[in-house]
Write a protein of this length. Structure first.
Length: 274
């Protein structure tokens, strides 16, 4: 499909081998003329596994929000407009598919498939089931340590995912509450029976951060009260532990079984850090 304003010459096709790293989206456009240039969108690609975080403009003030129980309707309305997912990227018959193990929004009706081509310093994605164009730009991040893992919470069975690329990381944890079928998250939250259920619908985290000398610091999260906190991943035997907060803001440690790992995390024998 030709869309006004887009160059159609094909210079090179992307491949799974060329994609690892951090990608920033600058544009999404649809055939009816709608476009979005302001939403924060980062996609971190590792060895097969990926994580993706999308946050629109217009966030309310979260200064007084320290935990899930502090969320008010004004916060929840904006939180529900976010997107984010984690899973595996596969390439078959010229199509890339971002398969979603975890999705911040309720399960999508259509698959997430598209073609990727590189034109200069821009990678262009063209959707398959839904016609759209996205422009992606590779961010300058040094490689070094690259690994990722699928996770399962030992206590709750919830799915999780973690990916490190150089000094960057992304982390995902699915919600436990089942959302009504065929509704957006905004519709689920608006139709919740009470504030407690609305908060349960929002209790899903997709986070991005930096590995520093002070720890794995969360810089962006679908749960903004987590920003500035440390993820504190540590290997203890066959389990990966991460730091978190319960609904009331009390610190807790999550214990994850590693169900799939790509690459090899570095283990600090003295601290169990990775």
């Amino acid at each position: 499909m030709n869309m006004p304003g887009f160059v159609q010459s094909r210079l090179s096709d992307a491949s799974l081998e060329t994609l690892p790293g951090l990608w920033r989206r600058s544009l999404i456009a649809w055939p009816d003329g709608r476009e979005d240039r302001t939403t924060f969108v980062n996609w971190l690609q590792g060895p097969g596994l990926y994580l993706d975080l999308r946050q629109p403009e217009g966030a309310p003030d979260f200064a007084a929000v320290a935990c899930l129980s502090d969320l008010k309707p004004v916060h929840m309305e904006w939180l529900a407009t976010q997107e984010g997912f984690a899973g595996e990227l596969v390439h078959e018959d010229g199509w890339f598919e971002w398969r979603r193990d975890i999705d911040f929004q309720p399960v999508a009706v259509y698959s997430d498939m598209g073609r990727l081509r590189v034109e200069g310093d821009v990678m262009i994605e063209e959707g398959k089931d839904i016609p759209y164009i996205e422009h992606w730009h590779r961010e300058p991040v040094e490689g070094g340590m690259v690994w990722g893992a699928r996770l399962e919470d030992r206590e709750t069975g919830a799915k999780g995912a973690i990916l490190r690329y150089g000094h960057l990381f992304m982390f995902a944890r699915e919600r436990l509450a089942a959302t009504p079928a065929h509704h957006s998250l905004s519709e689920c939250v608006a139709g919740a029976r009470d504030l407690a259920q609305a908060r349960e619908f929002l209790d899903c985290e997709i986070a991005q951060g930096a590995v520093t000398s002070a720890g794995w610091i969360i810089q962006r999260s679908t749960l903004p009260f987590r920003e500035g906190k440390t993820l504190s991943p540590a290997l203890t035997g066959d389990l990966l532990e991460t730091g978190d907060l319960d609904g009331k803001g009390k610190p807790l440690t999550r214990h994850w079984e590693i169900t799939d790992i790509r690459g090899e995390p570095f283990l600090d024998a003295a601290q169990g850090a990775i």
